[in-house]
Design a protein around this ligand. Structure first.
Ligand code: NAG
Ligand code: NAG
Ligand code: NAG
Ligand code: NAG
Ligand code: NAG
Length: 378
């Protein structure tokens, strides 16, 4: 039995490679609440509303859409666009109501991020009167067990007020002028009514817990998942966008329900992913910057050899770098010469990079091992 000595040539650097590219646009400041109350927007004033759309990134160009149509000229009435993307509306009238959406584009890479659609109602304040009660139930009303009892309420105001009924602080009826206390068993009926009423309340989408993360790193050739958990009634439609373009489900980007699965990521998957959830009552949108990271192969913390090869026996020499992504190509050298694995070769290379010497012969001397990472493109 004999042992052989190795000198191992390895990459010394343990480096994370992030492809050289500019940061994609990410919107960092946008109104969370719609401007739908008469006091939110000033009718016909110099400044009717101010809609911020701050963003990070490079070579940014902002644009806005009103009711889904690009706002063409900002310099005339009624809109001005400031350098940081803020849209200011002046001299606003009723037709300036509707939805406003901000788009931010990196003019060099073409990547786009956009905001949710903000609802704006422009109400003439002359036309606006505070709500006032005209009919209300008495402070005390009597209901008879086994009979129905109806309570009435009317209110005046412009725009016309909505009426909500509450029992013990809980909303039981929304937008109805009367409420029928049902019979025959007052208490039972009340609790079941409350349950069903509550369950059928319609709400705009909101994040069930948190929106998807703002940053996510996936190692090249691995899988990853983004989830967009929303609560809404009626159920929200969820769409995914990459750098502003609608995503379709594909072999490597699988859309299932509210989830976006990444399979076997490559450097092209880097970008800004947005989840848009909407129903007839509103829309919310998230923004996640996905980085695909890659590592040069490294032998840090890896014990390599010595190997004891038995004369006349098959020998195996494993080669397992501690980090490497994408999977490295492994090459073995003997006395400085690249080993090849032809039909009549004494050597075989296993899938995991292990070198198999079919029959070791005395006198062989192993000098050098050379491991090479895949070239990174991107
Ligand atoms: C935009 O949509 C709103 C709501 O549907 C409407 O009131 C408004 O007149 C529309 N304005 C334009 C210019 O399309
Ligand atoms: C009470 O109202 C319910 C629902 O409108 C109706 O089905 C029921 O017959 C009424 N009961 C009485 C006693 O009037
Ligand atoms: C996301 O990660 C990048 C690179 O690591 C960093 O420059 C950026 O500030 C991070 N953004 C957030 C919102 O954490
Ligand atoms: C990624 O997902 C695919 C399909 O679900 C699976 O075949 C593959 O083994 C996964 N890869 C990793 C590295 O988990
Ligand atoms: C990345 O995208 C470029 C350009 O679209 C394409 O040529 C290349 O093959 C893609 N790389 C991978 C690993 O899919």
């Amino acid at each position: 039995m004999w042992s052989v000595a190795f000198s191992v040539w390895i990459w010394t650097a343990f480096t994370v490679l992030v492809p050289a590219q500019s940061n994609p646009p990410v919107i960092t400041d946008f109104l969370q609440k719609d401007l739908v109350n008469p006091e939110d927007v000033k009718f016909s004033k110099d400044v009717g509303f101010t809609l911020p759309c701050k963003a990070t990134g490079s070579n940014l160009k902002w644009s806005w859409e009103h009711n889904g149509t690009a706002i063409e000229a900002y310099n005339g009435r009624p809109f001005t666009l400031s350098e940081d993307g803020t849209l200011t509306g002046s001299g606003l009238v009723a037709t300036d109501s509707g939805t406003y959406q901000c788009f931010v584009k990196d003019e060099v890479t073409g990547a786009v991020a956009f905001s949710r659609k903000l609802k704006v109602a422009v109400t003439d304040s002359e036309d606006f009167t505070l709500p006032a009660w005209s009919v209300t139930p008495n402070a005390e009303e009597t209901a008879v067990q086994g009979r129905n009892k109806t309570l009435y309420c009317f209110a005046t105001g412009r725009p016309s007020p909505t009426i909500t009924w509450k029992k013990d602080g809980q909303i039981i009826v929304h937008e109805e002028n009367s409420y029928k206390v049902p019979g025959p068993s007052l208490e039972d009926a009340f609790s079941s009514t409350m349950l069903t009423r509550k369950n059928t309340r319609e709400v705009p989408p909101k994040w069930t817990t948190d929106p998807p993360p703002t940053n996510l790193s996936i190692v090249i050739e691995k899988n990853g998942t983004l989830e967009c958990k929303v609560t809404a009634n009626p159920v929200a439609t969820v769409s995914w966008y990459k750098d502003g373009l609608l995503l379709q489900s594909s072999k490597r980007r699988v859309l299932v329900g509210s989830k976006l699965h990444f399979i076997d990521v490559n450097l092209n998957d880097t970008g800004v992913y947005q989840c848009e959830a909407g129903n007839k009552h509103g829309m919310i949108i998230s923004s996640t910057w996905i980085h695909v990271s890659a590592w040069k192969p490294s032998f840090a913390n890896v014990q390599f050899g010595p190997f004891h090869l038995l004369n006349e026996k098959e020998a195996k020499m494993p080669c397992k770098p501690s980090t490497a992504a994408p999977r490295p190509t492994i090459e073995w050298f003997k006395d400085g010469n690249l080993i090849t694995y032809g039909k009549n070769s004494r050597y075989r290379l296993e899938m995991d990079g292990t070198l198999v010497i079919k029959q070791s012969r005395q006198g062989s001397r192993w000098r050098q091992l050379h491991l090479q990472g895949n070239e990174l493109k991107g």
